[in-house]
Each structure stands twice: as C-alpha cells, then as structure tokens.
Design a protein around this ligand. Structure first.
Ligand code: ADP
Ligand code: ZN
Ligand code: ZN
Length: 833
C-alpha cells in the first residue's frame, strides 16, 4: 500500500480544479513541486485557461493521476494559505449544480464575490521584436497612432478604445497581431485589498518611563515635539503598563489634535516614534452593543415554545404570523439561543426588506458578532464578510439570497423571513436557485434547523406544513393593541358610470386620502408600474411605440422625457408626430408611479409626495433617504412599487391605497392569484400598526372577484384551500414539480422548430411525463432573441428525478449538436417562479 504523503518533494501531484466557466467538468492541472507542502482542498489557485485567459480556480481534489488525453498545465499561483471554501460548501455547490441543472462553474461564479476571483484584463503591448522605425510594412492611420503610443507604454482595451475613439478594436488588433507588431496578454491583479490604518507608537528604545523622562529633558526646548509626545501619552496610557504602547495610536487620530505634522515626521526620523500598519475591518465592529430588553408577549412566547418543540421532531418549521404579529422579536430570541449554544446563524431576508431599519434593530442586540451581506455592498465589503466567517469574527449573518454561499461550517439555525418572496429565486443567469429551498439542504448538511416565516406563506410551504412535513405555528393577532386594517373596495365600474371618477382615481380613494392628511397621518399608494405611463398611443391610427429589441411597448418616462424599454434598457425620444399617420395626437395611456406622483401633488397641493421605485432608489442611499424622510413625517404620501410592501414599520400610516388590483389578478400565470394575494395583503399590512385601526382602499373593476372577497374578509385559510384544490386539479406545484425549458434564438423560425423538435424528443424519451408546449411566453422576444418555452410536469414522489434531469440535459445537448442550432441557447429552470 502506498502512503499518500504530500511532503515527499519528489512526487508529482495533480489538482482537480473547479473553474468559473460554463463547461460541465473539472480541470486537471499540475502542482509545481514547491507547492507540494502547501496545496489544500478549498484553496484558490491561478491557472492559465486556453491560450489567453487567466482564471481563479478552487482545488477540489489532489491526486497523482496524470491526465491521459493531454499534458496538464502547471498551476501558476497559490492564492491562499488556508482553504477559503470548505467541504460543506463544496457539497452544497454540487447539489445546486445537480438540482438546478447547471454547471459547477456557474455555481462558483455566483458563489464567490468577485473580489475573491481574479480579474484578468487584456493588455496590449508592443511586440519585443518589432521596431516601428525599421519596418517596411504598411499601417493604417489608426494602427500608427496606436503603435506610437504602445512604444511608450502598454495599454488596456479600454485605454485603446479611448485613444482611437472606437469600441470596435477587434479588426485593428487582429491585423496588428498578424503583422507581429503587438502582443496581447492578460494582466492579473488581486481585486481585494484589505483596508489598513497607519499607526504610530514609541520605538522600543523610548517605550519606558526612564527613557521618556530623558526624552522630555532633551526636547524641552522644542515645544511642538513635546506637545506631540504629551498628546500621545494622553491617548495611550502606558505609564503604568508599557506594553500598551505596542498597540499604538492611529496617525489620523493624533493629527486631529492640531499638532504639527512636520514635527511628528521629525520625531519619526529621529527614531522616537515608529510607524506601522494594521488591517482594520471595513465594518465598524467597535460599536458597543447595548441590549434593549424586550419581553415576549404571551402570544409570542407560546409561538416560540411551539417552534422549539417542533424542532425536536422536524428540521423545518413554518411560522405563519399575520403582519405586525411580532415575528421579528421571536427570530431575535431564537438567534440568541442558537448563538449561545455556539452555532452559527443565517437570517435571510428579501433584498428590499433588508433595510437599515432592521439592521439597526439587530445591531443593537448582536453588535459585532453580526455581519451583513447585501448585494448593494461593495465587493470589498463582501469579501470582508466572507473572511469574517472563516476567521470566526461573525457567527451571525443577516443577508440576501446569495448569503447561502458563504463559508459556514457550523450552522445551527437558518431563518428565512418572508419565505414566499420571489426574490429568493435567482432568475438569471444560472444557477436559477431558490435560496429558501437551498437553505433546507444546507440545514441537512449542518444538522441545523430552518424557520420559515411569513404573513402570506407560499402555497407550497403552507401545504408542507399542513401535511405535517414542517412544524406549523400560527400567530393570528397583531402585537399589542394594533388591529388588522379595514379593507374597502372602490368599485371603478360603478364610479365610471356615476362619473365620480377623476382620471383613474376613485372618489372614494381621494376622499380617504384627504381625511387622512387632515388628521396629520400618512398615506402609502401602491402601484406596481414604474415610469409615467406604460404605453403611448396615437389617437388617430392606434400606433403604439414598441421596443426594437423586445416584443413589448415602450414605457414613457417623463423625468427623462424618453420612451424606455424595461426589459433591455433601449431608449428613444418621444416623437412629435405619429410615424404611421403623422397625427400629432399622441397620448399616454395608463398610470405609472411617476404619473401618480404628479397627479397626487397637483390634487393635494399642500402635501409632500414622494416616490419610491427602481428609478428613485438606484443609488446606495436613495432608498434610505426616502424611508428616512417618511419616517420623520416629512413626507405625507409615499407612492411606490412593491418596494413599499415589505419590511417597513411606520407608526403613522393609517391609509394604504392599492391603485390597480385588477392587473395583478389577471396576469396569465398559475401563480397570479397567489402573487396578488401576497402583494395586497403585505402592502395592506403597512397600515395601522399602532393602536388605531388603519384603512386599505383597493381600486378594482371587479369587486366581486373571489380573491378580493377573501382578502376583504381576512379569510386567508379559504384562500389556501381553494388554491390547493385548483393546483391539484391542474397538476401544478406542490402536486407536481416543474422544469421550464426556454429556447432562445435570433431567428424566430429556427427558435420554433428547435423547440418543437426538443418537445418531440422529450415526449418520445419520457413517455410517462407530461410535456407541455412549445409555446410562446408572455413576452416572446427579449434583446433580439425569440423565446419558446417547453414545460415539464413531473408528478410528486417520482424517485428518479436525478436520472430524469440527466436525460433532459443529454437530449438538449443532442439538439444543439445539430449545425443549424449552433447558436441556440437552451436554458433550464427548475421550480420556476
Ligand atoms: P412582523 O414582522 O410580524 O410583521 P414585527 O416584528 O415588525 O411584526 O412587530 C410589529 C411591531 O410590534 C414592531 O413595531 C415591534 O417593534 C413591536 N413588537 C413586537 N414584539 C414586541 C415586544 N415583545 N415588545 C415590544 N414591542 C414589540
Ligand atoms: Zn397614428
Ligand atoms: Zn427592449
């Protein structure tokens, strides 16, 4: 038997690497002998991939098997001294790739913050053997301009693009490489730089009381220098304990004391002080944790006891507690318990619910043990969180969906708040994972517990809880004196008939807004469309401006005075005349948030109206400042998209208006009722969170719609029962699993034929499985790609899910082997949302 001994310097090792490329395999590279003692599974390495690319890879295995088909290239660099990706993560990455039908490379790309991946920027330099003065070759003017500059320095693509004033460099660079005038190479640099702080301390020679006394005698005649030493000693109390000098004092802090910088430099030059640098965390962890004491109410206490009890027998529990029932305090209590038993905790929140409101509330309780992982954070901050977990600084992370990729090694509890939220699902690119579902898989690996929380659970989770697969805990009273709001429907058809309607505002809603403002209370108006109007229309011939790249009409944005596509970003100015009939009668149709903001400001001239949507919150602080103003009462009416539905807790909101409920309800998707129910209930939940009962006005043309009736009467259980029986009847989740295949191609006909062919292949090979389609999705063309969908419905409890997915993938692979389908893209979406 051979002993696997890495210290044997003569042995040649190979490493199986995970690389961030969408190719479904691992790559074998050779370990340079100098790394033999250092290379470990989970470390990052740098390798050359193909002829020109430099990539960061993760070591997945180390062995002595040379690859048979090719000669392995050497690993170029070892980036870490210890693994940055652990076994639990690698196991999870594999599960995600298998379950969501994508490659491990795609999972790695999504998992690692780009600060942990190296950027490889192509750089162009002059060919060493090339001499512009002596060459006999002919060059174009642009080529000459470039070559002259390259004689002085190497340039990146973007530099060259600026220099030549064009983005299309390919032909120029190709021509110059062909003439052997330039070479292209990839420059590697680490993106992540730790934040450092420059500090000052006394050199060892002066770090004692006796030495200091002598020093003061010496510099007594130099008051500026004396001043500095005294100021230093004021901050660093080393007279009793000289050891304290070692930690020093921040140079910046010392300089704020109005001392002379040049005298400080003199003291450094004379060896009295020395400078050094330390790495400091990007997050301020020095904040003192003050622990406000919150006692759980009787109801909360009961819920908590039930949750803990259910964890004895179940991995997952669903906390179904209405809006304002006080779920967050229960989470906080459970997090404390898990941390006390020395396990890590992950608290997941939807992107838009992870506000400063909640972060502050948690920071007060958990202080520096808590890390925040948010997609709006810079890359360096994310690397900081990653490393903080590896080093044990953070035992508790609150974060958005991508936080499931962090290097936990000892999770005890995962909380998924607002578990129904669709932002847990990644739509594009692959892996199209759902963080809630991945959390349950993580829990198995770590032997942890999962708490799902929601006021409007997903139909799937409700079903699992009802079936006893999850623990099921309910809270149906609001915390304290708060009551659920009163819901009233504004009958738009009726108001139209009686001509009481104003634009698309019912007189009822206008009256309620007026009342609310008179009582010095606040209003939230919800409309799930941004921009001014979703459509522009020629009154004479019916012409509607459409996107040139997508099959959608363009949205008019007044602020930018432009027509914009919400799918690809295409923008054009609004024409003066209709391009088909030259009429000037072009009108905007429908209400976006921008138009609502305008009309409300005109109607309620004394009120301050503010809008919260993607357009007003693009900057990192946009969102916070809008919330801040609303919280302080500076804003009276807040108009917004679904951003206003979540995680906000305001005292003085007593009216919520839902501007158009019908569009949500009638969207063609099996989940549209569920979504409408969740949105309407969640946004209603923002009203009346204190003693006084709030009001919700829902504008609708179909007030008798059963969904609205259920919401009106707060009969939520009826909603779930009806949904479940519907879903069962039509074979939708949770009674089946869905895989949606999307086929994309720039040619409509090719797209359709390919989709038909794939559906046919699937039907032949998977005889017992229902295959639907192909059919066109609601938006049949996006970014110049035509789309077709094939839907696969797999009955629950099919044991061979893995084999099935494998068959689907190999059929898709076979399809694209056909020459005519070379540029076809086939996308898998497991459990689409
Ligand atoms: P949910 O998340 O279920 O909608 P929250 O956790 O936001 O509800 O609680 C609603 C309100 O009640 C919040 O303002 C919260 O501060 C308050 N609250 C909840 N539990 C307590 C408690 N035990 N003591 C004091 N205030 C509480
Ligand atoms: Zn026209
Ligand atoms: Zn478009």
């Amino acid at each position: 038997m051979e002993i696997f001994d890495q210290s044997d310097a003569g042995t040649t090792f190979f490493a199986e690497l995970l690389l961030p490329v969408p190719i479904p395999k691992l790559f074998t590279y050779r370990v340079p002998v100098v790394f033999n003692d250092h290379v470990l599974v989970g470390q990052r390495v740098i390798v050359q991939f193909g002829d020109r690319k430099i990539l960061t890879g993760i070591v997945l295995a180390i062995h002595q098997q040379a690859p048979k088909e090719y000669e392995a290239k050497y690993i170029l660099e070892l980036l870490d001294n210890f693994p940055v990706v652990n076994n639990e993560q690698l196991k999870l990455f594999r599960w995600i790739a298998d379950y969501y039908m994508c490659t491990l490379g795609e999972v790695m790309t999504a998992a690692l913050p780009s600060g942990l991946k190296l950027s490889s920027e192509s750089v162009v330099q002059i060919h060493p053997a090339f001499n512009l003065e002596e060459t006999t070759q002919a060059f174009s003017e642009k080529e000459l301009t470039l070559l002259k500059r390259l004689q002085q320095e190497s340039l990146s693509y973007s530099d060259i693009s600026k220099l030549l004033g064009t983005k299309h460099l390919y032909s120029i660079l190709k021509s110059l490489t062909g003439k052997e005038a330039i070479i292209l190479f990839e420059e590697v640099r680490e993106k992540y730089r730790p934040r450092t702080e420059r500090k000052i301390r006394l050199t060892p020679a002066y770090a004692s009381n006796e030495a200091l006394e002598k020093l003061f005698e010496k510099i007594g005649s130099k008051p500026k220098q004396e001043d500095i030493v005294l100021k230093y000693l004021q901050h660093v109390h080393m007279l009793h304990d000289p050891e304290i000098n070692k930690a020093g004092l921040s140079r910046k802090k010392l300089l704020t004391e109005e001392i002379s910088e040049s005298s400080l430099n003199t003291l450094i030059k004379h060896g009295v002080f020395e400078e050094f640098e330390i790495v400091v965390p990007r997050f301020d962890v020095s904040e003192v944790a003050e622990t406000p004491i919150i006692l759980l109410s009787e109801e909360q206490d009961r819920a908590q006891t039930e949750i803990l009890k259910s964890f004895e027998t179940h991995t997952t529990a669903l906390l179904y507690g209405i809006t304002g029932s006080g779920k967050t305090e229960i989470y906080i209590n459970l997090i404390k318990k898990a941390l006390d038993s020395n396990t890590q905790v992950l608290y997941l929140l939807p992107e838009i619910a992870l506000t400063t409101q909640i972060v502050h509330r948690l920071k007060k309780v958990f202080g520096s043990a808590m890390g925040v992982y948010h997609s709006k954070f810079s890359d360096a901050e994310r690397v900081e969180v990653w490393n903080g977990i590896l080093q044990g600084t953070f035992q508790f992370i609150v974060g958005v969906r991508s936080a499931i990729f962090l290097p936990f090694d000892n999770l005890g509890l995962i909380i998924v708040d607002e578990e129904h939220d669709s932002s847990y699902k990644q739509q594009d690119p692959a892996p199209r994972y759902n963080a809630r579902d991945v959390a349950m898989v993580m829990a198995q690996t770590h032997h942890a517990k999962v708490l799902l929380g929601s006021a409007t659970p997903s139909v799937e989770s409700f079903y699992q809880a009802q079936q006893g697969k999850y623990g099921f805990i309910r809270m149906d009273k609001r915390f304290g004196q708060a009551q659920l709001p009163k819901i009233i429907l504004a009958d738009m058809g009726q108001e139209r008939k009686s001509r009481t309607i104003k634009g698309e505002f019912s007189s009822l809603l206008l009256r309620k807004i007026d009342d609310t403002l008179r009582q010095q209370e606040q209003v939230i108006i919800f409309q799930n469309r941004r921009g001014y109007s979703p459509m522009v229309n020629c009154e004479d011939c019916g012409w509607v401006p459409k996107c040139v790249n997508c099959a959608v009409s363009l949205t008019y944005h007044q602020f930018r005075n432009a027509l914009v596509c919400h799918y690809c970003g295409y923008k054009e100015s609004i024409p003066n005349n209709c391009p088909t009939c030259t009429s000037t009668r072009l009108k905007t149709v429908g209400y976006g948030t921008e138009k609502l903001e305008e009309e409300l400001s005109l109607t309620f001239a004394d009120a301050s109206v503010q809008r919260m949507d993607l357009d007003t919150t693009r900057s990192k602080t946009g969102y916070e400042s809008i919330i801040d103003r609303f919280e302080k009462g500076e804003t009276n009416i807040l108009v917004g998209t679904q951003m206003v539905t979540k995680g906000l807790d305001f005292d003085r909101v007593s009216l919520v208006g839902i501007f158009n409920a019908d569009r949500m309800i009638h969207f063609p998707d099996f989940r549209s009722y569920e979504r409408a129910f969740q949105l309407i209930t969640q946004v209603s939940g923002r009203a009346g969170r204190r003693e006084k009962q709030g009001t919700v006005v829902i504008q609708t043309a179909s007030p008798d719609h059963p969904l609205l009736q259920v919401i009106l009467r707060h009969e939520h259980l009826t909603f779930y029962e009806e949904q479940l029986s519907d879903r069962q009847q039509h074979h939708y989740p949770p009674f089946t699993r869905l895989i949606e295949i999307t086929i994309k191609h720039t040619d409509k006909k090719v797209c359709r034929t390919a989709a038909e062919q794939l559906a046919e292949m699937l039907r032949t090979n998977l005889s017992q499985i229902k295959i639907l389609g192909p059919g066109e999705p609601a938006i049949a063309k996006i970014r110049n790609q035509y789309l077709m969908n094939v839907l696969i419905k797999i009955p629950r409890g099919k044991p061979e899910l893995g084999t099935l997915k494998h068959t689907i993938l190999s059929l898709a692979a076979r399809l694209v082997q056909d020459k005519q389908y070379r540029s076809l893209r086939v996308q898998m979406d497991v459990d689409p949302m």
